[in-house]
Design a protein around this ligand. Structure first.
Ligand SMILES: [Zn+2]
Length: 274
């Protein structure tokens, strides 16, 4: 870990992190790849080898937002990275192969599979917008946004600087290209995003080489910076009528509240699953 690196990035490349108040329908929640293969400890080549605070926070934030959206009848779309067994996705080692279990939602989010407001989209490449192109050329993201006349999408998921970023950047271009006439804003919820941690020393020790270095906090910041610089809005708190979601402090308070709410099945903030 190099906290001076992160502090230097924050100083040289600051990001404005705001608050999102959602008081009316029209925003859809997009969840990127919160599957076992990326977010459940020890679940595969690209899963965290040990519990990871940033990944754990992402799952908690995502579950809270998703339950809130679903409870209001608001639309959710979840990407699930899924690959044909044996078919590589360079430059990555095998991951999320069909039938392995890695390609399924993390335990906290499997309820989305039967949620009437949720659309599941399996994708076989980093960029969900590209992965959503069907055999007939239609794009499931474009169709979802247009069918629901969404004015904004709120994005969470993993990895901030890989699948989340590629989806957000491409969707910004698609919006500017007028593929989704009602879509005004693409918003990224920072505490709902996470990336993986591979410090340089670990990358070298494992034989991946120095260039595989991927320090978590720095690359998380870089992903957010590039999304913001292309026109995405970054938020650290999402306020919804009736209760508040978002900031770590408010989050702790509202998590207590959520625990008492009937139907709020959720695990604690400690990423001790699996
Ligand atoms: Zn993949």
């Amino acid at each position: 870990m190099a906290p001076d690196l992160v502090a230097g990035l924050r100083e040289a490349m600051p990001i404005a992190i705001g608050t999102l108040a959602l008081d009316r329908p029209g925003t859809g929640l997009v969840i990127v790849d919160e599957v076992n293969g990326f977010a459940t400890v020890g679940a595969g080549n690209l899963a965290p080898p040990v519990p990871n605070a940033q990944v754990g926070r992402m799952v908690v934030e995502t579950n809270r937002l998703a339950r809130s959206f679903s409870g209001r009848g608001w639309k959710i779309l979840a990407f699930l990275d899924t690959h044909v067994p044996g078919k590589p996705e360079p430059p990555y080692p095998p991951h999320c192969e069909q039938g392995s279990g890695e390609e399924e939602l993390v335990p906290e989010l499997t309820w989305l599979e039967s949620d009437p407001h949720t659309t599941l989209v399996r994708k076989d490449c980093i960029n969900g917008f590209v992965g959503a192109i069907a055999g007939d050329g239609r794009n499931r993201i474009v169709d979802w946004v247009n069918a629901n006349r969404l004015s904004a999408i709120l994005v969470v998921g993993i990895c901030t600087d890989i699948c989340v970023m590629d989806f957000v950047l491409t969707t910004l271009s698609a919006r500017n290209h007028d593929l989704m006439p009602t879509l005004k804003e693409i918003i990224v919820h920072e505490p709902g995003c996470a990336t993986f941690d591979l410090p340089r020393a670990t990358a070298e020790k494992l034989g991946y080489g120095a260039t595989a270095s991927h320090p978590q906090e720095a690359t998380h910041h870089m992903g957010l910076y590039f999304m913001a610089s292309r026109g995405a809005r970054i938020v650290g708190e999402v306020r919804l009528p009736a209760w508040s979601l978002g900031s770590p402090a408010a989050g702790r308070r509202s998590r207590q509240g959520l625990r008492r709410r009937p139907g709020a099945r959720r695990r604690g903030p400690d990423p001790g699953r699996g």
